[in-house]
Design a protein around this ligand. Structure first.
Ligand code: HEC
Ligand code: HEC
Length: 305
């Protein structure tokens, strides 16, 4: 009897030891994956200071690409994701104030961060949705950067991003691939042309592609989730609720956060930004959403909100 216990104890001890070693190895694989550096060719983007350029940039930042959704009020930087099991993800202060990056950034640094998801030292930027911002045209990207350089300085030194050991292990196992855009975007993709602005399906597609709708509503807009524990972004194709909506229902949702049945939606949906889009822009997005193939909500999300 004694002998049997001894062997079981030894076997268990070995097992725990092996699991411990595996965890340490995976942890360091995860860490070194995030510490990779990248060297990419950054396209030249003309950046001018004409009032109409700055106005276009301000409108894109505040209403369409909604940088403040993650970078916080006045782009001051903030801990925008916080789950004890996963850690805290912090966005950068994008102003010229104390703790901000603006004064230190060259044009190439801006382009590298926004289009490639890579910081000035070549380190990948976690979560920063460059895969979508890559769809901005030359003129729109130039306008966004021109405007960002003029944002009023805010003094705010955000804390550092802190991930738990479990998260590094999951990163090593490929569980969080989608929040590492630098790894999978095509760094040689040319800057796209913008279609003519107008209340058209194709312009709506352009706007949706550069906004981050797909981060939360899924790549196919058939439903998605920004991250573990975050609210579900519903199916936006005609097979979802929107199938029964009118254009004015859609405008109301985007401007007030109220659904046709009068429900106030979760503020996680950044309607306070999108509500500042013009009628033309919202009409274009509505036309584009209506033109989508009705798609089935992914099984793991259906009914889960
Ligand atoms: C979905 C959330 C999200 C959105 C939307 C977003 N960012 Fe970021 N961004 C981040 C996070 C998180 C970081 C910090 C990444 C890191 O430190 O690894 C970051 C980092 C950056 C950096 C790099 C700063 C540095 O450390 O040197 C720049 C520049 C930047 N973002 C610009 C923008 C601009 C411009 C927009 C709007 C067009 C934008 N971001 C929208 C999440 C976001
Ligand atoms: C940061 C995540 C996030 C982003 C980015 C986002 N949404 Fe949402 N959206 C949500 C969530 C979550 C809901 C559901 C909220 C609720 O029902 O309480 C929602 C709801 C909606 C609804 C209502 C759908 C319904 O069935 O009730 C529409 C329409 C919508 N979003 C359109 C968009 C469009 C268009 C974009 C891009 C321009 C976008 N969203 C970007 C998270 C997001």
């Amino acid at each position: 009897m004694r002998q049997a216990f001894k062997w079981i104890a030894i076997a268990l001890g070995c097992l725990i030891f092996i699991i411990g070693i595996a965890a340490v190895v995976l942890y360091s694989i995860g860490r070194s994956r995030l510490n990779q550096t990248y060297n990419v060719d950054v396209a030249a983007v003309p950046i001018d200071n004409r009032p109409e350029t700055l106005e276009r940039g301000k409108h894109l930042v505040e209403a369409v690409v909604a940088c403040g959704e993650c970078h916080g009020e006045g782009l001051r930087g903030r801990a925008f994701f916080n789950e004890p099991a996963i850690g805290t993800v912090v966005s950068t202060n994008l102003t010229g104030g104390k703790g901000g990056v603006v004064g230190t950034y060259s044009n190439a640094d801006w382009i590298r961060a926004i289009r490639h998801g890579i910081g000035p030292t070549g380190k990948l930027l976690l979560v920063m949705p460059a895969q979508h911002f890559q769809n901005m045209s030359t003129a729109d990207l130039g306008a966004v950067i021109a405007y960002l350089k003029t944002v009023p300085p805010v003094d705010n030194v955000p804390p550092a991003t802190e991930l738990t050991p479990l998260t590094y292990i999951l990163i090593a196992l490929g569980q969080f691939d989608d929040i590492i855009p630098a790894e999978y975007i095509d760094h040689n993709a040319p800057l796209p042309e913008a279609p003519p602005a107008g209340a058209t399906e194709i312009y709506g597609e352009y706007l949706v592609n550069m906004a981050t709708c797909r981060v939360c509503h899924g790549e196919e807009l058939a439903g998605g989730q920004a991250g573990p524990g975050e609210p579900i972004g519903p199916n936006l194709t005609p097979s979802g609720e929107l199938g029964g909506w009118t254009q004015s229902d859609f405008f109301q949702l985007m401007r007030t956060g109220q659904t046709p049945s009068g429900r106030q939606i979760n503020d996680f949906m950044p309607w306070r930004y999108y509500g500042q889009m013009t009628d033309m822009e919202l009409a274009a997005i509505w036309l584009y959403l209506q033109s989508l193939e009705p798609a089935q909500t992914p099984i793991n999300l259906a009914g889960g909100s």
